[in-house]
Design a protein around this ligand. Structure first.
Ligand SMILES: *[C@@H]1O[C@H](CO)[C@@H](O)[C@H](O)[C@H]1NC(C)=O
Ligand SMILES: *[C@@H]1O[C@H](CO)[C@@H](O)[C@H](O)[C@H]1NC(C)=O
Ligand SMILES: *[C@@H]1O[C@H](CO)[C@@H](O)[C@H](O)[C@H]1NC(C)=O
Ligand SMILES: *[C@@H]1O[C@H](CO)[C@@H](O)[C@H](O)[C@H]1NC(C)=O
Ligand SMILES: *[C@@H]1O[C@H](CO)[C@@H](O)[C@H](O)[C@H]1NC(C)=O
Ligand SMILES: *[C@@H]1O[C@H](CO)[C@@H](O)[C@H](O)[C@H]1NC(C)=O
Ligand SMILES: *[C@@H]1O[C@H](CO)[C@@H](O)[C@H](O)[C@H]1NC(C)=O
Length: 426
């Protein structure tokens, strides 16, 4: 039964758009430069006279941040000392391609994500009739917006393919877990969230700062899509003050299960697939009472103190395109639940059930910045206090609770037992 539904979905979604081929080189003229076409170089080897990080003119002038102010002579009028990649040609050569394996694997991951979005938005529009959308309150203008979002994905996929070059992955076949308009909107809202967070997680770690610039310019569009999907679902558009980033392996763990099959020669990603984590009592945002709106005062979907029930899989399951990936974990025994949202990583204690693969925890009430009083008194919902847990966010099971911050969050990976899962907390 389930596989029949799956293959129907797959057939319906295949071939909507053929793979967008590599179109050869990134031809981008910045600052009136002549377009640079690096297409002819198979392997990029920085010339000997290039600085350590070729596109950033890497050098560091000492700076005391606590002292603040201007501490070094200005190299030119109106030009504070420092900054990376701000020297003129030829010291800074924008290079919009991977400069490392890390860059290559990160861009390929982003490409896999753009491709599923392209397919998903088109598939939703094909699968449901105008009347079905309208019944849910999504009128023709809004349906066109969805169409337009899918067109944006063509541009994103093309940009990233061009940055990667000939080894760029091609579009795959997908399977989707919904059969209603609401389900489509909800899945899209969650998928764009991990797409966005997955890229924020690595942007500032890329060796190619030039590539990071272009990727920033596409992921910010995706962030707008995510917010619009929340609005189409009748959710509060952005109950957070900050958008989180997650490690590549988290994004890949969330994405891979929906990729059914890929062209045989598609690039094999090095990222890890962790065992799947289910939030057994995940709040369901698809409430027919709430229709699309710019904003709503919808009651929070969850609250601090809520018992959150969890179940996770054993490692060793074949997942992802053509079952070519296998879930794994390097962690010890499950002990904590890691909550990643806004600027924060916070842990709660996991109460393990006897089976060893399920348990529960309590939703924390911590704040991003504690209320002015320094202490919650139960009524402090004022503007000085926004809770870490709200909106569409991520949780995972870990074996310990290492202290990590947004820039070094990926060091959590060796401690991940299962997950992440997307928690529909608000
Ligand atoms: C989440 O944000 C919404 C909108 O600001 C708010 O109504 C709700 O109380 C928040 N939930 C929590 C748990 O703080
Ligand atoms: C997608 O599925 C169709 C139908 O099963 C198959 O013919 C095609 O080769 C698949 N394409 C990819 C990219 O996996
Ligand atoms: C929504 O909540 C805000 C803040 O509490 C309030 O000012 C506003 O009147 C509420 N809207 C409705 C329709 O109740
Ligand atoms: C997780 O949820 C999926 C979908 O509901 C289900 O197929 C799977 O068996 C669940 N896995 C666990 C470990 O609960
Ligand atoms: C959340 O992150 C902010 C910024 O790093 C930090 O100031 C705050 O203490 C964190 N909150 C908690 C509860 O960890
Ligand atoms: C709770 O704290 C807020 C400031 O964070 C203050 O305005 C409010 O009066 C306090 N309420 C009580 C009942 O102490
Ligand atoms: C991560 O960064 C924080 C500072 O933001 C530091 O205290 C912590 O030790 C780092 N963790 C690791 C494992 O490097």
């Amino acid at each position: 039964m389930k596989s029949a539904i799956l293959s129907a979905l797959v057939l319906a979604s295949c071939g909507v758009v053929n793979a967008l081929p590599y179109t050869g080189g990134v031809r981008i003229a910045m600052n009136n430069q002549k377009p640079v076409d690096e297409d002819t170089k198979d392997v990029f080897t920085p010339p000997e006279d290039w600085p350590i990080s070729p596109d950033s003119g890497e050098k560091h002038i000492p700076y005391d941040w606590q002292k603040g102010g201007i501490q070094n002579p200005k190299p030119k009028p109106f030009t504070p000392a420092g900054g990376k990649g701000v020297e003129p040609w030829p010291l800074t050569k924008p290079f919009y391609h991977p400069l490392s394996d890390f860059d290559h694997e990160s861009l390929q991951l982003a490409l896999y994500q753009e491709y599923i979005e392209l397919d998903l938005f088109r598939y939703g529009l094909k699968r449901f009739s105008k009347e079905e959308f309208e019944k849910y309150g999504i009128d023709e203008d809004e349906q066109f917006l969805l169409q337009y979002m899918s067109d944006q994905e063509i541009g994103h996929a093309r940009l990233i393919s061009n940055m990667i070059g000939p080894s760029a992955a091609k579009q795959c076949n997908y399977s989707y877990p919904f059969d209603t308009v609401q389900g489509f909107i909800d899945f899209s809202q969650k998928l764009t969230k991990w797409g966005e967070a997955g890229v924020y997680g690595f942007l500032s770690h890329l060796d190619s700062r030039s590539a990071a610039t272009l990727l920033t310019q596409s992921i910010t569009t995706e962030a707008r899509q995510q917010l619009i999907f929340r609005q189409l679902e009748g959710l509060f558009p952005m109950p957070e003050w900050f958008e989180p980033g997650i490690p590549q392996s988290w994004a890949w763990t969330l994405l891979a299960p929906w990729i059914y099959s890929c062209p045989e020669d598609n690039h094999y990603l090095v990222w890890q697939n962790f065992p799947a984590l289910n939030i057994t009592n995940n709040p369901d945002p698809t409430n027919p009472y709430y229709t699309p709106d710019i904003s709503t005062n919808r009651t929070a979907l969850s609250y601090p103190g809520r018992k959150v029930e969890l179940a996770w899989e054993k490692p060793g399951k074949k997942v992802g395109p053509d079952g070519k990936y296998t879930t794994s974990t390097d962690a010890g025994a499950p002990k904590f639940v890691a909550w990643v949202n806004q600027l924060n990583l916070t842990y709660t204690e996991l109460k393990l059930n006897d089976d060893g693969f399920s348990g529960w925890t309590i939703q924390p009430g911590d704040y991003v910045f504690p209320p002015e009083s320094g202490k919650s008194n139960g009524t402090d919902t004022g503007p000085q206090a926004v809770r870490i847990v709200n909106g569409t966010m991520f949780i995972a099971i870990t074996d310990s609770n290492p202290f990590l911050t947004p820039f070094n969050l990926s060091l959590i990976n060796p401690h991940v037992v299962a997950g992440p899962a997307v928690y529909a907390s608000g």
